[in-house]
Design a protein around this ligand. Structure first.
Ligand code: COA
Ligand code: MG
Length: 291
């Protein structure tokens, strides 16, 4: 699975911003047809995105396109246009049922067959961001084309009539539910946007808390957010060293026939070893250590 610590949105009707977006080393670049694009620019966005995908070099960044919600009207033309330039994945917003995912997956499969692309190679990522979407999480997360779930806090707050606050307690239950379902189905979990893009300390704090909850990445909307977010989702050197020592000590104790043991005054048994292995996995996904 592609590493998705930072998923950078770019309004799909803005070629200049798209070109600029390629220069920040974001793990994923998501060319948006949905809420980042004005209603009267939707058609332009389609052709600008198709041309950008054909003409520009995205280097190691994953090439994603977010279409308009299934059932909103433009989605069929959106997805056909996006697929014609073979993106790495489609992002589906405001998902509320398995049928919507089946619809998109069917369109993708048709394109894969028509072009002779490997079946299943174009991934689908869904944005769960409404009250109804939360209730359907179990069926939504079960679809086998999915790689990741995204939590959309702003739309979710609107859907339940909540007022957004800095500490985000009003969206915490939903934020946890999206995470829980992602983990239960082996998917990546991509956390909410920090809309206040001038406050770098805030995005850093919010990203670190997301990582502590178990999120594997975060949506970003401004170049200045990419670095701090990638850092928050990459284990630091001290955690990596600690995790390596722990795993080594565990292996040595296993050979001696000891399950639980003490290390630096802390009891170590299997859950802590697994947590350390998680740290090493995340470091490896961020290319910080060789597996
Ligand atoms: N992708 C690529 N480049 C971006 C960018 C983005 N998401 N956001 C800002 N930039 C560029 C700007 O074009 C500007 O470039 P310049 O110096 O060459 O003119 C530079 O980064 C600094 O931007 P800044 O002036 O601080 O912000 P802005 O007023 O140009 O843009 C937003 C602010 C919020 C409109 C912009 O960040 C944006 O469009 N974000 C994405 C919105 C979106 O897609 N929303 C839907 C998903 S939630
Ligand atoms: Mg949204």
């Amino acid at each position: 699975m592609h590493s998705r610590r930072s998923l950078l949105y770019v309004p799909g009707d803005d070629r200049r911003k798209i070109e600029k977006a390629l220069t920040f080393g974001a793990d994923c670049i998501c060319l948006d047809m949905e809420d980042g694009v004005a209603q009267n620019r939707k058609v332009e966005a389609r052709s600008i995105i198709a041309a950008a995908l054909r003409e520009l070099n995205f280097s190691a960044s994953e090439r994603l396109v977010r279409i308009n919600p299934v059932g909103s009207g433009p989605e069929a033309e959106d997805i056909e246009s996006a697929l014609s330039s073979r993106p790495d994945g489609i992002v589906l917003p405001k998902v509320e049922s398995l049928e919507q995912i089946q619809w998109a997956s069917g369109k993708i499969e048709t394109a894969e067959l028509a072009h002779g692309w490997t079946l299943g190679s174009i991934r689908l990522i869904v944005d769960v961001e409404t009250a109804k979407g939360m209730l359907a999480l179990k069926e939504i997360a079960s679809h086998n084309r999915l790689d990741a779930l995204i939590f959309g806090a702003e739309d979710y707050a609107v859907s339940i009539g909540a007022v957004r606050t800095v500490d985000a307690r009003e969206v915490f239950t939903a934020r946890s539910l999206v995470l829980l379902h992602a983990k239960a189905f082996g998917l990546q979990a991509i956390d909410m946007v920090t809309v206040d893009y001038r406050d770098i300390e805030r995005v850093r704090r919010e990203a670190l808390f997301g990582a502590q909850l178990g999120y594997t990445g975060k949506q970003v909307i401004h170049p200045a957010q990419v670095g701090p977010v990638q850092e928050a989702f990459t284990p630091d050197d001290e955690s990596i060293e600690k995790a390596k020592r722990l795993v080594e000590a565990f292996e040595a104790h296993q050979k001696e026939g000891k399950g639980a043991f003490g290390l630096d005054g802390q009891m170590i048994d299997l859950p802590l070893v697994k947590a350390a292995q998680n740290v090493l996995e995340r470091a490896s996904a961020a290319r910080k250590v060789q597996k």
